[in-house]
Design a protein around this ligand. Structure first.
Ligand code: 5GP
Length: 126
């Protein structure tokens, strides 16, 4: 079920629990601003998730309320994770689902990094 992005941040959402180490994840990267790990249900040969360390529900929340340093740190982390995964040369796709129409399922901002194969249609037909 998609989340309601107007709800306040839920400290018990699954990614908050992964950040606190309460739930295991296959970590690939961590710095002051971001944490990255393999998606549990990969949709491509490489499917990574990058999340900010701050308590942000969604892209909407993050882009409106995060500090400039949090935003810069997070964006740089997404690029670094993709580089470290060897995806810069072949290319990759980024996705951030937001709210109901975006079909966001976890209420902590996350950017998907997909790679390892050729992608075609940008968005599947309705
Ligand atoms: P969304 O639809 O919100 O953009 O994507 C949520 C993603 O989180 C999905 O791709 C889903 O497979 C992934 N996911 C959900 N629960 C877990 C979990 O406990 N561990 C990991 N590694 N990924 C998860």
């Amino acid at each position: 079920m998609p989340i309601d992005p107007s709800l306040p941040y839920d400290d018990n959402n699954i990614f908050a629990r992964i950040l606190r180490g309460e739930i295991p994840s296959r970590k690939v990267y961590e710095d002051e601003y971001a944490f990255a790990f393999h998606d549990i249900n990969p949709q491509a040969p490489v499917h990574l998730l990058v999340i900010p360390k701050g308590r942000y529900v969604s892209w909407d929340d993050f882009s409106a309320k995060a500090s400039d340093s949090e935003i810069a740190g997070f964006v740089r982390a997404v690029g670094e994770v993709a580089r470290q995964a060897g995806l810069s040369e072949p290319g990759y796709r980024l996705l951030a689902n937001m709210g109901g129409h975006g079909h966001q399922e976890v209420p902590h901002l996350h950017v998907h990094i997909f790679g390892g194969r050729q992608f075609r249609a940008m968005i599947p037909p309705a």
